[in-house]
Design a protein around this ligand. Structure first.
Ligand code: ZN
Length: 481
């Protein structure tokens, strides 16, 4: 995050990004001038959580390394590779992942529901013949609000230069054994704790062949009426060396789409007059994770990217976004294209291939810890406010209203609720800048804050200080019931 008052103290970190220092300083000054007229500079207040610091510390780079090595040892994890062998191919890999989730569950007294999610796919460009696409899913049920879910995912399958080559060695160490290993490790750490909401850990299949595993799980979530509030898809979280020579283990990217794919024409018209282009729930999920990095992960600054994904490229958060669920892609900042989707070879002195030596385990652990604290924070927080509305045209004040949740939901799902917090920011600021706790009410007015000049949102706060993501008013920002 940059360009906000409270990031002034973080400019030294931004300094790592070279040229950005200059523009950041300039923009901070501009904001100071623009803002001095109305609201004094403030920092966002928050309750520092001992639990989240502990969770961040519990993530082990050694265990992540072990798991990446095991996944690489299956030779190839191509979706069309063989399924009978116990040592090679996608079948062996998914059975091992399930065993790991089962082990984790045994250690927490059966706290995970672990299952294969299987669908036979055929007649597709990259899956022409009938093939079982099998994801491995583990669910940690919440203690009070069991039907509210947050999710972390990685992809099991790997590929080389020819996307249909199912026999050549395809280690997929960074793409995406790193994401699966991170997901397993997050399950190991978080399963030792209790949360109000449920957490899904997903090792998704068939990504390289066309995002099949994500599509199957997203449809399953819809069919089962999951109140799915966040998808944290991890795809390549271990490479710190860019193909351009940049080496940096202190930044990560969070890709988040703009307007919702499911937005109707009426909703788009309303948004045109009220805003929301940069405040989809996916974006506010990204801002939430960005703040988690600042507060709980040392030496990590995330770059929220206002895109669905990399330019013309894809990932498994998309099938969830397709159905309207908030979801982001978390990944390294510096990609190494010679280490992605490549036949193992040396050509003109350049070594190609996604091998284990391209993975930095401490960095993968750092991004895993970021996932873990974000999942824990959201699963501990109350339900995000529903039906948020805003008024204030031609007045010197702004009023927000909301509902704790859909009144028809039973049992009462917000037992841990303490109250609500209003957030606002200048319209060109990337991150929330100001907040005010307003108590356990369902409407609040900010006096002398002009609606035209800011974007607003509201978050719910638990008794012990955990907050939901900020919900922007209207359909554009809704996290659902
Ligand atoms: Zn890939």
């Amino acid at each position: 995050m940059r360009r906000s008052f409270y990031s002034i103290k973080k400019l030294s970190r931004t300094a790592a990004c070279g040229v950005l220092v200059f523009s950041s300083s300039l923009l901070v000054n501009n904001n100071n001038i623009a803002h001095a007229q109305q609201t004094p500079p403030t920092s966002l207040s928050y309750t520092d959580s001992v639990l989240l610091h502990q969770i961040a510390k519990e993530v082990s780079a050694d265990r992540i390394e072990q798991d990446i090595r095991t996944l690489v040892s299956f030779g190839t994890r191509h979706t069309l590779s063989e399924t009978e062998s116990e040592t090679r191919g996608i079948g062996a890999a998914r059975r091992w992942i399930k065993e790991e989730f089962d082990k984790i569950s045994t250690e927490c007294g059966g706290c995970l529901e672990v299952f294969f999610q299987t669908k036979v796919i055929s007649g597709e460009k990259r899956i022409p013949n009938a093939t079982e696409v099998v994801s491995v899913i583990a669910i940690q049920k919440g203690t009070t609000d069991t039907n509210r879910y947050v999710m972390m995912s990685g992809d099991i399958d790997s590929r080389v230069s020819d996307v249909m080559d199912s026999v050549s060695d395809s280690p997929g160490a960074n793409d995406n054994a790193s994401g699966v290993a991170g997901t397993l490790e997050a399950a190991r750490v978080l399963s030792k704790h209790y949360f109000a909401g449920s957490i899904v850990y997903a090792a998704l299949a068939g990504e390289e062949q066309g995002l099949f595993g994500g599509k199957i799980l997203a449809e399953y979530a819809k069919a089962n009426n999951w109140r799915l509030k966040a998808v944290l898809n991890n795809d390549m979280i271990g490479n710190i060396e860019g193909v351009n020579g940049v080496i940096n283990n202190t930044t990560a990217r969070i890709f988040a789409e703009g307007t919702r794919n499911t937005e109707t024409a009426d909703e788009a018209t309303y948004r045109r007059f009220t805003g929301g282009e940069v405040d989809s729930p996916s974006r506010n999920l990204a801002r939430y994770i960005d703040l988690m990095a600042d507060r709980y992960i040392q030496n990590l600054d995330t770059m929220v990217v206002y895109r669905l994904d990399r330019f013309r490229r894809g990932g498994h958060h998309r099938p969830f976004n397709d159905l309207g669920y908030p979801g982001v892609r978390i990944m390294e900042t510096n990609e190494h294209y010679a280490r992605q989707h490549q036949d193992l070879r040396t050509e003109d002195g350049v070594v190609y291939g996604d091998t284990i030596d391209g993975v930095n385990f401490n960095y993968a652990a750092k991004l895993t810890a970021l996932n873990a604290v974000s999942l824990a924070g959201m699963a501990s927080a109350p339900n995000p406010p529903a039906d948020v509305t805003i008024t204030g045209a031609v007045q010197p004040s702004t009023t927000l209203s909301w509902k704790p949740h859909d009144d028809t939901l039973t049992p009462p799902i917000n037992e841990q609720l303490k109250g609500y917090k209003i957030y606002w920011r200048l319209t060109d600021a990337p991150q929330w800048q100001f907040s005010k706790y307003v108590g356990n009410v369902t409407t609040a007015t900010l006096e002398n804050v002009v609606i035209d000049n800011y974007f607003f949102g509201v978050a719910s706060v638990s008794q012990d200080g955990f907050e939901s993501p900020v919900v922007f008013p209207g359909a554009a920002g809704a996290f659902g019931e």
